[in-house]
Design a protein around this ligand. Structure first.
Ligand code: BG6
Length: 481
């Protein structure tokens, strides 16, 4: 029997070193990779398989799980790894790759490269007879930088690999807590009756990072809207807001997500300044460390107007979410690292506790995705005592880390690589989803351009531009008026 093959383009890049090789190593140690799987790394540089294996070993030792590293599975892991030097535009290199792959039952090609290489790689694979029915491709983000460019890439890829063979990765979908969101919503009957505009006043989804641009040259051409909002945040939004799917299969879940993305109200020059806050960090300080501003970062043009922060007040125009704002925020060099979703329920319709100490506050469901993985529900309770009826907020807390203590915290890519190898695309993004997301993001970018809106400055190490609080306050004021 011939063995399957996993081929990684961009095998020496940053993502491969930090995430992909450690993920493959973990899966290998736990015996989860398909029997006999061969791993082939490719990149432009010339090196021997041994040199490459040594580099992989180093990355895995730096980033891998300490317990798994003690298990002694490294030598066997390295034995599975081969290396072929491939320049994306050199057709003859793909023949070399095909020879090295040889007889195989199926092939998974992972493109961890910049998107401009996706099409030449697909063409190279085709020319070497590597695009048959037993092949599939996994595409890393970003897929283009607008609806137009993403369509161009998808059209060209589609000429060679069908939609069923194409897996667009969004690593947030591989995070355990993101999948828990599906469990929370659809494995508990408690929430569904109140998961709508009658019971929920607003929702916040925020991804806050303390890191800066980390020398990534791509960032200045992208910005926070394209880098984080177009993919990760819109995927979270789709999972929070979608209708219950009829099954947990790839078509059903993705059919529901796309409806949400298509129902996003467009942002236009007329409402862009009210509904969005772009920001760019200037010099600041975090934990006693002095931080340079975005414009002082290496390789960033001194007059760049790329946003490193963005907040959007988004609306989903359908029955379930009529009038409910979703405040979506993300930014770099903020004061804390966290990803959280906060569902704010409405106030009680009539307060019977007037004058009794603390007032009944609206309930909140807080889902922490990282760094802690927890879900808490804030309720009002009576303070113990004989004196009247004094209220106090209390938390029903579920710490997923404690509850599932024996489980190792996985890298999000582990689940996705495994699903990709098995051909299960539920946690991957379909072409129509990608395009619906780009179409909404393009609207914001065009409105910024037309209205000449430039990012507001915020101090590195702060919570971002104060204008975001003003946006929320203004909405509250309008909602009360
Ligand atoms: C990547 C973005 O997709 O996600 C990075 O390109 C960002 O800019 C990263 O830092 C955040 O991922 P995580 O898993 O650390 O939240």
């Amino acid at each position: 029997m011939t063995s399957p093959c996993f081929i990684l383009f961009g095998a020496t890049g940053d993502l491969a070193r930090r995430m992909l090789w450690p993920s493959l190593f973990h899966l290998h140690c736990e015996g989860l990779l398909p029997e006999g799987l061969r791993l082939i790394g490719t990149s432009r540089s010339e090196k021997t398989a041994e040199e490459f294996q040594a580099a992989v070993q180093k990355s895995v030792e730096e980033r891998g799980d300490k317990e798994l590293l003690k298990k002694g599975c490294m030598p066997d892991f390295l034995k599975q790894i081969d290396y072929v030097s491939v320049s994306a535009d050199k057709i003859e290199d793909y023949k070399k790759l095909a020879d090295r792959i040889g007889e195989t039952s199926d092939m998974t090609f992972y493109f961890s490269t910049a998107p401009e290489f996706f099409v030449p790689i697909c063409e190279g694979l085709k020319s070497a007879g590597l695009s048959g029915d037993n092949a599939r491709v996994i595409l890393e983000k970003p897929i283009g930088k607008s609806l137009h460019s993403s369509r161009e890439i998808s059209d060209a890829v589609e000429k060679i690999f069908s939609e069923d063979q194409t897996f667009r990765i969004d690593h947030y979908l591989g995070k355990e807590t993101v999948q828990n969101l599906i469990a929370l919503r659809f494995a508990n009957s408690l929430f569904e009756p109140v998961w709508n505009a009658s019971a929920i006043s607003h929702v916040e989804i925020s991804v806050s990072e303390t890191v800066g641009v980390e020398g990534r040259s791509y960032y200045d051409n992208a910005g926070a809207l394209r880098d984080m909002m177009q993919n990760h945040i819109l995927q979270l939004l789709a999972l929070v807001a979608m209708e219950p799917p009829s099954h947990l299969d790839q078509a059903a879940v993705r059919n529901e997500k796309i409806k949400v993305l298509k129902s996003l109200r467009r942002i236009t020059p007329a409402n862009v300044s009210k509904l969005t806050v772009p920001g760019q960090y200037k010099a600041g300080e975090l934990n006693d460390e002095k931080l340079v501003g975005y414009l002082e970062e290496e390789g960033i043009p001194k007059d760049s107007s790329t946003e490193t922060y963005v907040a959007v007040q988004a609306y989903i125009d359908n029955w379930r979410w009529k009038g409910v704002p979703f405040f979506l925020t993300t930014g770099k060099r903020l004061n804390s690292r966290h990803t959280e979703i906060i569902v704010h329920f409405r106030e009680v319709p009539h307060n019977i506790f007037e004058g009794q100490g603390d007032q009944a506050r609206p309930n909140r469901l807080v889902i922490n995705l990282q760094p802690t993985e927890s879900i808490s529900f804030e309720l009002m309770a009576k303070q113990p005592g004989l004196d009247g009826m004094n209220l106090q907020p209390v938390n029903l807390n579920l710490s997923l880390a404690q509850e599932f203590e024996s489980h190792r915290r996985r890298i999000a890519y582990e689940r996705l690589i495994l699903d990709g190898l098995k051909g299960n695309s539920t946690l991957f993004v379909r072409r129509d989803e990608l395009e619906a997301a780009w179409s909404w993001i393009d609207g914001i970018l065009a409105s910024w351009r037309n209205s000449n809106i430039k990012p507001l400055q915020y101090e590195a190490g702060s919570k971002g531009p104060g204008e975001t609080d003003d946006m929320i306050k203004f909405w509250k004021w309008e909602a009360r008026a």
